[in-house]
Design a protein around this ligand. Structure first.
Ligand SMILES: [Zn+2]
Length: 141
């Protein structure tokens, strides 16, 4: 997966040329040029091209919003399939990661890889009605 760039690394009301934007966001100048081809708004009437920080922020935020794939209630995210999949037998293990978050883990019924889902600790009771929750780690058969 492509690395995520923090849109807040640029100042909204500053202008950047391609090299400055690349440096601020820790990406290559080629990446910035690709973004411009892809629709990042830039002032291209003169060189060097100038890009508003606010345009960069907007572009990145829209890209990430489009890439977000919501999971259905009975799905975990399988990194191998690259999408939401039902766990085998709807069986998942649950472990608490922080005070507020739990991790569900199951076996992707499509490819057999480990699929996961972060849920809020509060949501665990809702997911317990959908999934068969195991306290034991789930391993591949
Ligand atoms: Zn899978």
């Amino acid at each position: 997966m492509a690395k995520r760039v923090n849109p807040m690394a640029v100042k909204a009301n500053a202008t950047y040329d391609v090299l400055e934007a690349a440096r601020a966001l820790n990406v290559t100048p080629a990446t910035i040029r690709n973004w411009i081809k892809d629709g990042l708004e830039a002032m291209t009437s003169a060189k060097p091209y100038l890009i508003l920080g606010s345009a960069i922020r907007e572009y990145l935020q829209e890209r990430y919003a489009a890439a977000r794939r919501p999971l259905k209630d009975d799905e975990l995210f399988c990194p191998s399939c690259g999408k939401g999949r039902k766990p085998l037998n709807l069986l998942v293990s649950q472990s608490q990661i922080t005070i507020k978050t739990d991790l569900l883990k199951g076996i992707c019924q499509h490819c057999g890889c480990t699929a996961t889902r972060m849920i809020s600790h509060k949501q665990r009771l809702v997911f317990a009605t959908t999934f068969q929750i195991s306290k034991e780690p789930i391993s591949k058969a």
